[in-house]
Design a protein around this ligand. Structure first.
Ligand SMILES: Nc1nc2c(ncn2[C@@H]2O[C@H](COP(=O)(O)OP(=O)(O)O)[C@@H](O)[C@H]2O)c(=O)[nH]1
Ligand SMILES: [Mg+2]
Ligand SMILES: [Zn+2]
Length: 341
């Protein structure tokens, strides 16, 4: 029997938008549900009466998806307003990690901070359509100045220092989820994602792991992506640390590197790649010390990855890129000769 909705789904982020999308569907026994976990060939969704059920689906939805269910079968997946995805590790297309998130919380552990990894995750987060927030975790272990240096390096994104053990920043994160926003936690294994989620939720909902002292890498205690409700409002999606976080071919780096984007206005070529092109304002800034060379290096690495991905998807792109490059080198040489004369 169908339950009145939205019922318990309010706590899971149900809103006017989901209602409007759901109302497009007709059927005597249809119910809305939100996917809270995805297994190998089935998924678990929560229903208006607050119960969770294992559902079969011809193509699996992502955690966070809103679905239309009839007789324990998913009939439709409602249109997503945001989608956090990575290049599929199989080498084909992209894989959606979480759907319908408002906030991508990028966790950066203070005991082994990698700004380049944060920048990669920021590129994915901006591409998702959700708002990114960088959270420095284990701030109780941070050497002096670490938080400030991370803030300096990243441009155009908020940085929040947290410590689950010292109860620092946990309430701020809770506030960021109110009234009913959905956030996904992204970051390396052992970053403290599950510990932070437990602190925010107030309990032991998510499994956490001790970091092995020898190599400081976390054990993979979180095996699936899982959605939990935050008392007082908000929804958190925990994810396992992902080994590969490739960018899909469509990702644009401008939002993650607004400083480089605005410097690029001064480059001689409008589509300058800031590598070895003549008249490049970006490499000039890095040389002069006004742009962190490490930040430019991480940008260049992501850009090469995107170019490789584009060539793989479209072999014609490769030919075009080569001919543009050759023409530029030629014209730069011609210019130099003219100047010498
Ligand atoms: N010192 C300190 N250790 C923490 C903190 N949060 C998590 N940890 C430890 O970091 C390890 C990994 O935590 P976990 O939450 O499983 O990381 P996850 O893989 O990102 O989910 C565990 O041993 C935690 O006890 C913190 O705020 N301070
Ligand atoms: Mg975990
Ligand atoms: Zn340039």
């Amino acid at each position: 029997m169908s339950q009145p909705f939205p019922g318990a789904l309010i706590d899971y982020g149900w809103n006017e938008r989901v209602l409007a999308l759901f109302n497009e569907f007709d059927g005597p026994a249809i119910q809305p549900a939100r996917v809270v976990r995805v297994e190998r060939s089935a998924c678990v969704a929560v229903f208006p009466d607050g119960t969770e059920h294992l559902l079969q689906a011809p193509t699996l939805p992502a955690v966070g998806d809103w679905v239309v269910v009839e007789d324990a079968v998913i009939q439709a997946v409602l249109a997503r307003w945001s989608e956090l995805s990575r290049a599929d590790p199989s080498g084909h297309g992209t894989q959606v990690l979480a759907a319908n998130v408002d906030l991508v919380v990028i966790t950066a552990p203070a005991d082994r901070l990698s700004p380049a990894r944060v920048e990669r995750e920021l590129a994915l987060a901006w591409d998702s359509g959700a708002q990114p927030l960088v959270v420095l975790t284990k701030a109780d272990l941070a050497p002096p100045g670490l938080e400030a240096s991370l803030r300096d390096r990243l441009v155009g994104v908020d940085v929040l220092a947290t410590s689950a053990t010292a109860d620092l920043g946990v309430e701020d994160l809770r506030q960021a989820l109110r009234p009913h926003r959905t956030a996904v936690l992204l970051g390396p294994s052992g970053a403290g994602k599950s510990t932070l989620a437990n602190a925010v939720v107030g309990g032991e909902r998510l499994a956490t792991g001790e970091v092995r002292a020898s190599d400081a890498r976390g054990r993979h205690t979180t095996t699936s992506r899982q959605l939990v409700v935050v008392p007082g409002g908000g929804v958190l999606i925990d994810t396992p640390g992902l080994r590969s976080l490739g960018l899909g071919a469509e990702v644009d780096l401008d939002a993650a590197y607004p400083d480089i984007e605005s410097l690029a206005v001064g480059c001689r070529f409008r589509d300058c790649r800031h590598q070895a092109e003549p008249g490049c304002a970006v490499t000039a800034a890095a040389g002069a010390g006004s742009l962190d060379p490490a930040r430019l290096a991480s940008f260049a690495k992501l850009q090469r990855e995107l170019a490789a991905e584009a060539r793989r998807v479209d072999p014609l792109a490769r030919k075009e890129e080569l001919s543009i490059w050759k023409a530029r080198v030629k014209s730069a040489r011609a210019n130099d000769k003219r100047r010498i004369r």
